[in-house]
Every structure is written in C-alpha cells, then in structure tokens.
Design a protein around this ligand. Structure first.
Ligand SMILES: [Zn+2]
Length: 347
C-alpha cells in the first residue's frame, strides 16, 4: 500500500474552505483529513479541469492577431486550419504532448479538447496523451465516432449539421458547440441542436441565459481568448455574473492554444481582476468540468488525491483572504508538485 501524509492550507470541500489540515493519502485516495493546529505555508488545491482547449493550435503559437476572428480560426480556410493542414503529423503530436505537459505542470489534470482533422486528428491526440491527465476529445468530420464527443465549430442551421449531430448522439457521443462568441447570429441554431455543452456564450442575452439554466446546459467561458480575439472589450461580456445568478453551470476554459497559454491560474486571475468574480465561484468553474467525465475534484475524505501543492510564500503569512491571494498573489509559479492519484509526479 502506498501511503503519504501532506500538511498545509487546503481548499476543502464544496465550499473550497481554507483549512490547515493533515491529509493521509492511501492508494491514490484521501483516506483521512484532520485539522492541524500548526499553520504551514504549503497550500493545497484540487486538480483543475480546462473545459475548452484546441491544443493542436500550439503549432501556431503567438501568431499575430492581425485579421478578423473568422479569418484566423473559422474552418475550412482560416489561418489556423491552413497551419494545421501544413504541419506534419509528428510535429502535431509533439506540440500537443508539450502542451499537455505544460497543463499538468500548472495544475490541470483534465481537459476537453476540440480536435480537428477527422479520425486521424483524434488519433494524433491519443498518441500525445498522458495517462495521468484525463482527456475528453470532441472530434469532427467523422472524428467524433473515435472520440467522446462531437465538437461543432459554429451552428448554421443546415440539414447536414442536424444529421451529423443526430448521428453522433445516436452513437452515444456528447455534443458541444461554440455559440455567441462574436455575436448573436449562431445562438438560436445552436440551441435547436440541443447541445450538451456550450462554448463561449459571450453575447448571450438574459433570455439565452435563462434558457441555458432551465435546460441545465453547462457553459464554458474563455474570457482571455474573448478579449484577445476581439469578441469583447466589456467586463459584462460574457455575462458571467448573470450566468451564476441564474443558476447556470459555468466551467472555465483557455480556448485556442495559438493565442492563450493553457494556464488555468492565469485564466482565473483574469476573471477575478476584470470580471470581479468571487474566487470560490472561480474554483468551482475550474474543477466542475470533471463532471463531463462523471468525476468530481474536491478535497475531502474518500476523494481522489488529485492535488496541486504550492509554496504559499509571504502571502501565506500575510493574507486576510487566501482564495483571493491564491490567484492574485501566488498563481502557477507557486506550484511545487502535482499529484495525480496513483502517479505522483514531482516537477
Ligand atoms: Zn474554441
């Protein structure tokens, strides 16, 4: 039996309540957790789930954003699609592997990726996989049948699109779609396809938010991507506060690897600073995407020991509000170790 004891300020339970604790890990699970009298400058957070990525886009890292959004990323001839087609398969695998390694090193132990390139594209991502990082692939152009889901770039209301979604659902696949990123035109068509997951919702109205909440469709917001790509320049868009108040399930994602580093701590700091969202709500958004895989990421007895350890440094001595300081002061540069259940991976 593998056993290990950790001590530190852990963000525990459903409320991510900061508590000084001693945690006993046995065989990849949290077997015991007791309150500790002694404060410790090690901080412990649950593993994050990056709910929307396009990690193959790493091959175009930090390409200048010098043209409209559609010319950059829309299929079939946006710049990213040309780059993906021109890149040899082994380079794509290498880029995706590097990005998965980076995500893991920054506390992300699960992600949902939109993978282009049909079944071959899905196969390349599987070659890049790390078994200690959960992966939900949304394929397209036939790739959905080799993946966990079907990811549609944007709904246009065509018969072909409807047929593709129906076939994917019949095969038991999840269906995700970008909607309301740059405007409102694709939102009604997206709703009519009855998605399991909506990406962006940047320009959702109150009625759209109400409908999403009533139908219990989770929304993945990607705020840094929206700002960088010009989908918004307003802290009310995406309407994150309204989504939370309406009872929507909201997940956090970093979107396109060309333009945004898939560092969930950096995404969280942006959301906290620009949108003024409570850090406890943000922690929920950073972890609840695991529900897409039927999993839960919380620190509590019986839970998986998927944990990130951080050096709290001087904020650990001075903070009056650890959840705020976690993103505003510490961030991913504080990470000392990422523990993935059975596999303990020191950085
Ligand atoms: Zn996307």
């Amino acid at each position: 039996m593998q056993e290990e004891i950790l001590r530190g300020l852990a963000f525990t339970g459903d409320g991510f309540t900061p508590q000084n604790v001693e945690i006993v890990i046995e065989n990849g699970r949290i077997a015991e957790m007791t309150e500790s009298k002694t404060a410790c400058d090690q901080w412990i957070v649950p593993a994050f789930f990056n709910a929307h990525t396009h990690i193959a886009d790493t091959v175009g890292m930090d390409t200048p954003i010098d043209r409209p959004l559609a010319d950059l990323v829309a299929p079939p001839n946006g710049l990213k699609h040309r780059l993906l087609r021109e890149t040899p398969p082994d380079r794509l695998v290498s880029a995706m592997r590097d990005t998965i390694r980076f995500m893991k090193a920054t506390g992300t132990l699960g992600f949902a990726d939109f993978r282009e390139g049909g079944p071959d594209g899905v196969d390349l991502l599987k070659q890049a996989a790390d078994p200690s990082v959960d992966m939900l692939i949304f394929g397209r152009d036939g790739g959905e049948f080799a993946a966990g889901g079907f990811g549609l770039s944007s709904a246009k209301g065509t018969k072909a699109e409807e047929d593709a979604v129906r076939l994917a659902k019949q095969a038991g696949k999840l269906f995700a779609v970008h909607a309301g990123e740059a405007g409102v035109k694709d939102i009604d068509a997206a709703f009519s396809l009855e998605p399991d997951l909506i990406i962006h919702a940047t320009h959702f109205s109150k009625a759209h938010i109400r409908e999403t909440a009533d139908r219990d469709i989770p929304i993945v917001i990607c705020p840094r991507s929206n700002w960088l790509l010009g989908a918004t320049d307003d802290a009310q868009r995406p309407p994150v506060r309204e989504m939370l108040d309406a009872g929507c399930r909201v997940f956090l994602g970093t979107d396109n690897g060309m333009f945004v580093a898939p560092d969930m701590f950096a995404e969280a700091a942006f959301l906290q600073t620009v949108y003024k969202i409570d850090p406890v709500d943000i922690l929920r958004m950073m972890t609840d995407g695991f529900s897409l895989l039927g999993k839960k990421s919380r620190i509590g007895v019986g839970g998986s020991a998927n944990l990130t350890l951080l050096a709290g440094g001087y904020p650990a001595r001075w903070t009056k509000n650890p959840p705020v300081s976690l993103f505003a002061r510490i961030g991913s540069r504080g990470i000392t170790r990422v523990i993935s259940g059975w596999n303990t991976n020191s950085l």
